[in-house]
Ligand binder design. Structure first.
Ligand SMILES: Cc1cc2nc3c(=O)[nH]c(=O)nc-3n(C[C@H](O)[C@H](O)[C@H](O)COP(=O)(O)OP(=O)(O)OC[C@H]3O[C@@H](n4cnc5c(N)ncnc54)[C@H](O)[C@@H]3O)c2cc1C
Length: 492
């Protein structure tokens, strides 16, 4: 029996390798279901299966709490709340308030973040402790047997929810120069004097803007033509322009070649428009993605197919190549969002406990949001997805600068966009780049969940004056274009 360990190759990339270890004979502890990984996805799977009567054990190598609480959503949003307040104070002149330059007590912010994270983690750990918990690295000895330290556990079914890790940095010279990743960026006691960010995904964007608002000169270097390269171009280009207007330097189309150190500064060398260029800062934030945690578990013994970069493939019922073993959350390499991990966990928990074949439906679940300012929120299909699939659609947009409530609030950056079927007006998708987009998108999620058309959306009542009222304008435009808006006849 070989025990695998995560090693790194010459480029610093994680690879799975192993060597033999003698097998001992221990009487296994038996459960109906063992969930490996007690983060958002694993905890949801365990709770759901137990509610259906299964005897469930949790395995986690720790620290307990999961990525979202310890090093993801919650600490980042705590820092961002302070950055946004700093910005609002600086901008308060627009609302006739003279507040002056705000002073940030970074140590107090770090302490606040620690305190809040501790509270959220304690609450989660109290939930985890209602299960039999085995702490340590999980190691499959067979498709039904797992070793955790000195314990050997048996179950006919497993859910793997081991999450993801920061992708190894593969830029020549970066390791020698030193850098921070998102874990370290969230844990600083003092902000860097200046910051160079490699990567324009959502983690890079959110934390870049936070550091900028905390008073740190920030430069983002990206290969793509705009931030958030996976989003529709109008959204990504819009955010890039707002970042630049705010004073964040964004170098696009930049192919990073190497990193060096000069006069105590870290220098990123890149090619752009056929020229060799460089930019220097006191610190580099490497924000170029995460890889699924598939090493270290001996998944071959469990007959679970897996890939170092793309993770564990699953079907829509969350079953892996071994139909008695399920996988959920970041380890599946899909979406990497907490609400997706939770929904997958709940479905896998039900399927594992009952043998059912309930399927995950990502059409609405892939809704996502990015906590920049302006925020980004996307539901359903994007323009790019519809075009790629050859699906015809009607599109209507409306800018916040023409929306009364946004003007009153002094928050006019961005726009809303609705996409609908030209056949019957059914809403296919929507995107918001704008203030409070993460909240504004909610009524559209509900509308789409019930198969609403743009005409439906235009005729239901909406409060005035509200930010969310802006969504009625593209709905009305599409309804007008379809010439199908019936007279207002809302049931009372
Ligand atoms: C900076 C940042 C900000 C983010 N912000 C958001 C956001 O705003 N909204 C959002 O939806 N998502 C956000 N995410 C993503 C989100 O945090 C993840 O998608 C989600 O937490 C993944 O949950 P999970 O259950 O798959 O994995 P995790 O929560 O990572 O849980 C995996 C668990 O498995 C354990 N484990 C790993 N390997 C082993 C092993 N071999 N043996 C035993 N145990 C093991 C770990 O200890 C861990 O407890 C953010 C991520 C980052 C990094």
């Amino acid at each position: 029996m070989g025990r695998l360990h995560g090693l790194r190759n010459r480029l610093g990339q994680a690879v799975c390798q192993g060597w033999g270890q003698p097998e001992e004979h221990v009487i296994p502890k038996r459960f109906d279901l063992i969930v490996v990984g007690a983060g958002s996805g694993g905890f949801a799977a365990a709770r759901t299966a137990r509610d259906l009567g299964a005897n469930v054990a949790l395995v986690d190598r720790g620290p307990l709490g999961g990525l979202c609480i310890l090093r993801g959503c919650m600490p980042s949003k705590t820092l961002i709340a302070t950055g946004d307040l700093m910005h609002a104070i600086r901008e308060s002149g627009e609302l006739a308030v003279r507040a002056g330059e705000p002073q940030l007590d970074y140590r107090a912010l770090a302490e606040r973040k620690r305190r809040l994270v501790r509270g959220w983690a304690d609450y989660r750990i109290a939930g985890i402790d209602t299960f039999p918990v085995f702490t340590g690295d999980a190691w499959f000895e067979s498709p039904t047997t797992l070793r955790v330290g000195d314990d050997v556990l048996y179950a006919p079914k497993f859910v793997i929810a081991t999450g993801s890790s920061i992708a190894p940095a593969a830029v020549p010279g970066l390791a020698e120069a030193g850098f921070i990743d998102s874990d370290a960026a969230l844990d600083l006691e003092q902000p860097p004097r200046s910051l160079l960010v490699l990567g324009g995904g959502y983690v890079g964007c959110e934390l870049s803007q936070f550091f900028h608002r905390a008073g740190v000169p920030v430069t983002i270097v990206i290969r793509a033509q705009h931030l958030l390269s996976g989003e529709d171009h109008d959204v990504g280009i819009g955010l890039t322009e707002y970042f630049r207007e705010e004073g964040i330097r964004v170098e696009t189309g930049a192919h990073v070649q190497r990193v060096s150190v000069r006069d105590g500064m870290k220098v990123v060398h890149y090619a752009q428009d056929g020229e060799e260029r460089e930019v220097a800062a006191h610190e580099i934030f490497y924000a170029l993605g995460r890889v699924p945690n598939v090493c270290d578990m001996n998944l071959d013994a469990a007959r679970v197919e897996h890939h170092d970069i793309t993770g564990i493939p699953v079907d829509d019922t969350l079953r892996t190549s071994n139909p008695d073993i399920f996988a959920v959350g970041d380890v599946t390499g899909r979406y990497a969002l907490v609400h997706v991990a939770i929904q997958q966990g709940e479905i896998a928990g039900r399927n594992a406990a009952t043998g059912a074949r309930e399927r995950a439906d990502y059409r609405l679940t892939k809704t996502h949001t990015i906590f920049t300012d302006p925020q980004v929120a996307v539901v359903g299909e994007t323009e790019r997805e519809l075009e790629a699939a050859g699906v015809p659609f009607l599109k209507a947009t409306y800018p916040f600068e023409d929306h009364g409530k946004a003007v009153a609030l002094g928050r006019t950056n961005g726009f809303v966009k609705m996409l609908a079927s030209p056949k019957d007006g059914r809403i296919l998708g929507a995107a918001i780049l704008g203030p409070e987009a993460s909240d504004l998108i909610e009524p559209l999620i509900v509308a789409m969940a019930y198969g609403a058309t743009a005409q439906d959306y235009a005729r239901i009542p909406h409060l005035h004056p509200t930010l969310v009222e802006i969504l009625t304008y593209p709905a009305e435009e599409i309804a007008d274009r379809l010439r199908a808006v019936p007279t207002l006849a809302v049931a009372t």
